[in-house]
Design a protein around this ligand. Structure first.
Ligand SMILES: [Zn+2]
Ligand SMILES: [Zn+2]
Length: 143
C-alpha cells in the first residue's frame, strides 16, 4: 500500500467518494502488519464511529483491493484477512497465539516469487502459509 495521502489522491482521481468513515478504514490499514479481517476492523473502528456499518468496511476493503493497494489473504476458512503489504511474501501462522506475520522471500533460500510457469501451467499469484510456533511463543515455552 502506498502512503495514506497518495492512496487518497488516487481514489479521488478515480471518482471514489471519501467519507470520514472510509478515510478511517484506509488509515487503519496503512502500515498494518496484523492482517486484520473485516469483522475485527469493524469492531475496532465502531468505537470511534458508532454508525459505521459492516458493509462500509467490506466495500472499502474491496475498493482498496480493486486498485491494488491491499491484498486479501485466505488463511482461514471462515474469513479473509487483509494486508497492505502487496509485494509477494509468505505468511506464517502461529498455532499458539494465532498471530499471522510476514516472511519475506529474502529470508527463504532458493525460493523466488512470482513463479511464471510450472508443468505448463501459467501462474499469476501464489499464497503460501507456513504454520508452526512463532519466535515469541517459543521464547515463552522455554522459560
Ligand atoms: Zn505465537
Ligand atoms: Zn502479509
Amino acid at each position: 500500500m502506498h502512503s495514506f495521502d497518495s492512496v487518497i489522491s488516487r481514489l479521488r482521481s478515480n471518482g471514489f467518494k471519501l467519507t470520514p468513515q472510509r478515510l478511517a478504514i484506509i488509515k487503519y490499514m496503512e502500515n498494518n502488519k496484523t492482517h486484520p479481517h473485516a469483522l475485527k476492523i469493524h469492531k475496532e473502528l465502531k468505537k470511534k464511529y458508532p454508525t459505521l456499518s459492516f458493509s462500509t468496511v467490506y466495500n472499502t476493503l474491496n475498493m482498496l483491493e480493486s486498485i491494488g493497494e491491499i491484498t486479501s489473504v485466505n488463511i482461514f476458512d471462515e474469513y479473509l484477512n487483509f494486508d497492505p503489504e502487496t509485494k509477494p511474501h509468505i505468511h506464517f501462522y502461529c498455532k499458539v497465539c494465532g498471530e499471522v506475520t510476514d516472511i519475506f522471500l529474502e529470508d527463504v533460500d532458493g525460493l523466488s516469487l512470482p513463479i511464471d510457469e510450472i508443468n505448463g501451467n501459467l501462474i499469476d499469484s501464489a499464497q503460501i502459509v507456513f504454520k508452526g510456533i512463532c519466535k515469541k511463543c517459543r521464547g515463552r515455552e522455554q522459560q
